[in-house]
Design a protein around this ligand. Structure first.
Ligand code: S3P
Length: 429
C-alpha cells in the first residue's frame, strides 16, 4: 500500500455504522423474541463475526449490506453450537458473548484470531465467576480460547477496576439471567450503548452513581422484545477524517450522520483543545443514540494534554490523535491510557514505532505517549501489526509526509471500515 502527500480533503461523506452499536443490535436482536430490523449496520469483519456466532447458535439472521433482519430465539433458546465460536479479531464479540454463554444450558468454546488469543480475558472471567460462572482459559494464560460451561448465575455488585464497556456489558448481559440484581460500578463512565439499547429492547436498566462512581443495575429478565434499531455513523471512523481535514491545508469536509453519544465524543473535545475547527450541526435522535453532521476545516494545531476521565471517551481515537499531535506545534502528552497496550495491538508501541519511523519525535511512556510535534515527516514503511486503527492512522499521516508511506497489511481496515480507502480517495478528487 503506497500513499503520498495529497491535495486538500474536500466534500462530504456519510460515515458508516457504529461498530459497538452494530454488535449490540445483533446480539440483543438474537436474544429477543420477535423480529429486529437494523438499519445502518456496519458490515465490517468484526460485526460479521458476531452475526456468524449467533447463526451458529440457531438464530436466523439475514444481512444485506447495512440492513439486517433477525428472527430472535429469546434469551433461553439459543442452540448449542456444533463447533468453537470464532470471534475473529473482535474483543467486543468475545467479551460480551462470554457473559451470555456463561448462563446458557449448554457448554461452548469461544475463540478468535492470533490477536484475540493474546488479549486479556481475566477481566471478564473474574466477575462472571463471582456470579457462579464456569469459564476456563484452555491454554491457562487467561486468554481465549475460553471453555464455558453454562450455569445458574447469581446477581452481584461488581466494582470494576477499569472503565471498560466490554467488561461492564459482559456482566450486565450475564445479569439478565442472574437471580436478583446485578450492579456494575466503574472508575469513569465507559460507553453506554448497552444500557441505552437494553432499554430499547424492554429490559429494566437503572443508571446513577454509587459512592461517587458511575453505576448501572439490571435485574433478572424474562424476555427482551425485538425492535427497530437505527445505527448512527461511527465517530471512531469519522475521527480519521476529522484529523485528516485538520492537518491538510485547504481542507473542508462534512461528515454526515456521526454518533455523538457523550461517552464517545472525546475526540471532538481533544481536537478542539488542539485548535481544530469542528462544528457540530443538526443534532438529532437525542433520546436514543444522538447523531449529527460534523463540519471540519483545516486549522493549525498545537499540543495538548489528554488524560483522566476523557480517556474512555476517546480510547479508540488515540492512535489518530497521536497523528494529529505529530502535526501540531509543541508537546502533546497522552496519559492514563495503559489500556492501549491491550487493544488489537499494543497501540502505545505500534504508534510510537511507526511515527518515529516517519520522522516524528515521540516517546513511549508507562501509560501513554509524549509527542513533540512539528518535526519534518518523511515517507517510509510502517507496520500495521494487522491493527485496523493503526493502518488508518498512518494512511492519514501519509497525507502530509514528504514521500510515500508503505503500510503493511492495509486491508486490515476491513475490520471496522471496509470503505475507508474509497472514502479517503473520494475527498481528494
Ligand atoms: C468497545 C469498548 C472499548 C473499545 C472497543 C469497543 C465496545 O473497549 O475500545 O473498540 O464495543 O464495548 P473496552 O471496553 O475494553 O475499553
Amino acid at each position: 500500500m503506497h500513499l503520498s502527500a495529497s491535495t486538500p480533503l474536500r466534500g462530504s461523506l456519510v460515515i458508516s455504522g457504529d461498530k459497538s452499536i452494530s454488535h449490540r443490535a445483533v446480539m440483543f436482536g438474537s436474544l429477543a423474541t420477535g423480529t429486529t430490523e437494523i438499519e445502518g449496520f456496519l458490515p465490517g469483519e468484526d460485526c460479521l463475526s458476531t452475526i456468524r456466532c449467533f447463526r451458529s447458535m440457531g438464530v436466523r439472521i439475514e444481512q444485506r449490506g447495512s440492513s439486517v433482519t433477525i428472527l430472535g430465539r429469546g434469551l433461553r433458546e439459543l442452540m448449542p453450537p456444533a463447533e468453537a465460536l470464532d470471534c475473529g479479531n473482535s474483543g467486543t464479540t468475545t467479551r460480551l458473548l462470554s457473559g451470555v454463554l456463561a448462563a446458557q444450558r449448554f457448554s461452548s468454546v469461544l475463540t478468535g484470531d492470533a490477536s484475540i488469543q493474546r488479549r486479556p480475558m481475566k477481566r471478564v472471567i473474574t466477575p462472571l465467576c463471582a456470579m457462579g460462572a464456569d469459564i476456563k482459559s484452555i491454554s491457562g494464560n487467561d486468554c481465549a480460547p475460553l471453555s464455558i460451561r453454562g450455569k445458574q448465575l447469581y446477581g452481584v455488585h461488581f466494582n470494576s477496576p477499569i472503565a471498560s464497556a466490554q467488561v461492564k456489558s459482559a456482566v450486565l448481559l450475564a445479569g439478565l439471567y442472574a437471580s436478583g440484581q446485578t450492579t456494575v460500578t466503574e472508575p469513569a463512565l465507559s460507553r453506554d450503548h448497552t444500557e441505552r439499547m437494553l432499554r430499547a429492547f424492554g429490559a429494566k436498566v437503572s443508571t446513577g452513581s454509587f459512592e461517587g462512581r458511575p453505576a448501572v443495575t439490571v435485574s433478572e429478565t424474562e424476555n427482551l422484545y425485538g425492535t427497530e434499531i437505527s445505527v448512527p455513523g461511527d465517530i471512531s471512523s469519522a475521527a480519521f477524517f476529522l484529523v485528516g481535514a485538520s492537518i491538510v491545508p485547504g481542507s473542508e469536509v462534512v461528515l454526515r450522520n456521526v454518533g455523538i453519544n457523550l461517552t464517545r465524543d472525546g475526540v471532538i473535545s481533544a481536537l478542539r483543545a488542539m485548535g481544530a475547527k469542528i462544528e457540530v450541526l443538526d443534532v438529532r435522535n437525542e433520546d436514543s443514540e444522538p447523531a449529527a453532521d460534523l463540519l471540519v476545516r483545516y486549522a493549525p494545531l498545537h499540543g495538548t494534554e489528554i488524560g483522566g476521565e476523557l480517556i474512555p471517551r476517546l480510547i479508540d481515537e488515540l492512535p489518530v490523535l497521536a497523528v494529529a499531535a505529530a502535526c501540531a506545534e509543541g508537546r502533546t502528552v497522552i496519559r492514563d491510557a495503559a489500556e492501549l497496550k491491550v487493544k488489537e495491538s499494543n497501540r502505545i508501541h505500534t504508534m510510537a514505532e511507526g511515527l518515529s519511523r516517519l520522522g516524528a519525535k515521540v516517546a513511549e511512556t508507562e501509560d501513554g505517549l509524549m509527542i513533540d510535534g512539528g518535526a519534518a515527516l518523511h515517507g517510509g514503511e510502517v507496520e500495521s501489526y494487522l491493527d485496523h486503527r493503526v493502518a488508518m492512522s498512518f494512511a492519514i499521516l501519509s497525507l502530509v509526509t514528504d514521500g510515500e508511506v508503505k503500510i503493511t497489511h492495509p486491508e486490515c481496515v476491513n475490520i471496522s471500515a471496509p470503505t475507508f480507502y474509497e472514502d479517503l480517495e473520494s475527498l481528494r478528487n
